[in-house]
Design a protein around this ligand. Sequence first.
Ligand SMILES: [Mn+2]
Length: 246
Amino acid sequence: MPVVALSARNMDGLPGIKAGMTSALLTHDYLLRVREAGAIPVMLPPIGELPLTILDRVDGLLLTGGEDVDPARFGQSPSLHLGDVDPRRDALELGLAAEAVSRGMPVLGICRGVQLLNVALGGTLVQDLPSELASEVSHRQQEPSTQGTHGVALVPGSRLAEIAGTDHLEVNSFHHQAVKAIAGPLRASAHAEDGVVEALEGSKAFLLGVQWHPECQDGLFTGRLFKAFVEACRVYARERRAPSAV
Ligand SMILES: [Mn+2]
């Protein structure tokens, strides 16, 4: 059974935890979707860089949502509207994302995850949509996360469109940053009505990032996405572990 490593976040001052302590946290949505799709989820400790050889022990990487990526990581100075950043997560995830891609390991990015993936491969980000882009679309919804609030058009022929089996999805939206310059190895596979890039993908190994949170939505797409990712992890694990011909 494939093992999927998931990035986690740091949280200070959680109820029930001693004052001044930081906790490593991952919401169950991510863990349960991976498990339901047939893999074993394991959490990466968000405490800074790890030896890249940790990837020898897992079959896929899921980059989860969270803080803004530090703009210094893509050569920009911080906007006044930059949100929280976590240098420990950036250090861990940027290294692992680039390494996973170079190994051909399946990678799925969600929200911060698609942004992180883009930066890891040389792309840049819009640091704050409301102050940088005039738009009718609200990318920071107040509605519950189970509810789709804006449409995305999927690029025909993309892996994402193939997985979804449609060219349109209604998605939730909890981001104020977005992909700007797309990293060389990636291409856009979904856009919102205002032109914001809502998904990126690679052309070879399973390499896909979405700007929304499918793990919170119960539609057909969520099951298909996690199944496709876990299936790619299964194939990757099998091929990697097959005894090499001498
Ligand atoms: Mn959005």
